[in-house]
Design a protein around this ligand. Structure first.
Ligand SMILES: Cc1cc2nc3c(=O)[nH]c(=O)nc-3n(C[C@H](O)[C@H](O)[C@H](O)COP(=O)(O)O)c2cc1C
Length: 401
């Protein structure tokens, strides 16, 4: 099967025409032997390469390319199956792009369809739309730390359920901004067996009632200025007519203010955008409780929900965060959601941040709030310690320059 892989990367050192020529000369034997064709564009700082050929050969080459010290910030823009080569018999002919006037010339011998995706991507590279990678200077100068001690509470008495808590961190300000309460069995597992034994209506009633435990336990863990996030199924919001009143009662019982509670509407279930849903949302809002749209990008929420629900917080699902530092499509989604959040005054929280490289890319483009194993895993009846120090990561990473 034919594969087309397009990536972009940044040169680690200034490149002369001779350096580019050498890359091409070094490449030709392998590319010819494996029938790999494509092109390489260089704009004085960034590379853009299209590789076309048999799937195995392309993947083999890409593994070599990723460890080549001449470039860094290697980001896959497109990796797809194609019917026929878009770059014909071209075998890595380089174009040097004139970055002073954003111009490049497609040689007349290259017969690329102007409506092809590769041509579109070529042009957007040329207009410099992708210059959002982490520079070596940014990486070396970045100094951020967050050290927080572990906190624990006693298990909630006589309860079949408990909660684990995971922090949402704001690294720019060096604080935990909120804690998310996650439903657990007393031995720390997700209670899927118990939940599936309930009827739909019982599940909704239980979902809301369980928040009494989450709020009581959360209140003991919160520090001043922090908020507590709890999840509610959309069905649980509409099933009870007085959701806001009930939550306010739970809050009052432990002397928490409504503003300290964030209700995360989980997307694990279809949100029926009914009058009842928006009435409940209005009453939650007017009571001072804030709202978040959870798992955005992986569940059922469409863009119309985003527009009508207008959450105070948008939590971008880990499905988008995973490997974002080397994935062009995910980066494009993140930036579009981030722009939406900024345009509507919603806070973006990025979930599922597990590696330093993912975090660094996100932080570099301006994301401020993060949740993920990189900082702390959820802890049953408590919050894990956070030991985050960017210098510890930077020193072990390969130096870019
Ligand atoms: C921007 C850039 C593009 C490259 N393109 C190719 C290529 O198309 N084919 C190739 O064999 N090597 C290419 N190389 C060189 C490979 O990264 C690598 O040096 C070569 O495959 C030898 O790999 P090895 O040193 O792991 O054996 C390129 C290098 C750079 C920096």
């Amino acid at each position: 099967m034919l594969r087309q892989l397009i990536y972009r990367s940044r040169a680690t050192t200034p490149m002369t025409d001779e350096d580019i020529r050498k890359i091409v000369d070094d490449s030709l034997p392998f590319n010819t032997a494996h029938d790999i064709t494509g092109l390489l564009l260089f704009d004085g700082e960034f590379f853009f390469q299209v590789l076309e050929g048999a799937s195995d050969s392309i993947l083999l080459l890409f593994e070599h390319l990723k460890s080549d010290a001449r470039h860094t910030n290697i980001i896959k823009v497109l990796d797809t199956t194609i019917r026929q080569r878009e770059f014909g018999k071209w075998s890595l002919k380089p174009f040097v792009f004139n970055h002073h006037n954003n111009c490049y010339w497609l040689p007349s011998g290259l017969k690329i369809r102007r409506d092809s995706r590769a041509f579109f991507l070529l042009n957007s590279f040329a207009t410099g739309q992708w210059r959002n990678c982490v520079s070596a200077e940014y990486r070396s100068k970045l100094k951020r730390t967050l050290f927080i001690e572990e906190r624990v509470v006693d298990a909630f008495p006589n309860s079949e359920i408990q909660f684990a808590f995971q922090p949402i961190v704001d690294i720019k300000n060096g604080v935990i901004s909120s804690l998310e309460a996650l439903l657990r069995t007393p031995d720390g597992a997700f209670p899927d067996v118990f939940l599936s034994s309930l009827s739909e209506s019982e599940r909704y009633v239980f979902d809301l009632k369980s928040k009494a435990v989450a709020i009581a336990q959360g209140a003991k863990l919160l520090k001043p200025g922090q908020a507590l996030s709890v999840n509610l199924l959309p069905g649980a919001i509409t099933h009870t007519s007085n959701v806001a009143e009930q939550l306010i009662r739970y809050l009052e019982a432990v002397k928490l203010a409504p503003e300290q509670l964030i209700v995360e509407v989980t997307e694990s279930e279809m949100v029926k955008e009914s009058d009842a849903f928006y009435t409940a949302v209005d009453s939650l809002r007017s009571s001072g409780i804030r709202l978040a749209l959870d798992d955005f990008g992986a569940g059922y929420a469409g863009l119309s929900l985003l527009a009508d629900f207008m959450p105070d917080k948008i939590k971008l699902d880990r499905a988008i965060t995973r490997g974002i530092h080397e994935n062009g499509p995910r980066q494009a989604i993140l930036q579009a959601v981030f722009e939406f959040a900024n345009a509507t005054g919603s806070h973006l929280i990025v979930e599922g941040v597990e590696s330093f490289e993912e975090w660094l890319w996100l932080y570099n483009v301006g994301v401020q709030k993060f949740q993920g194993f990189l900082f702390a895993k959820p802890k049953l009846n408590g919050v894990n310690a956070i030991n985050f120090d960017t210098s510890a990561f930077s020193s072990t990473e390969e130096n870019d320059l």
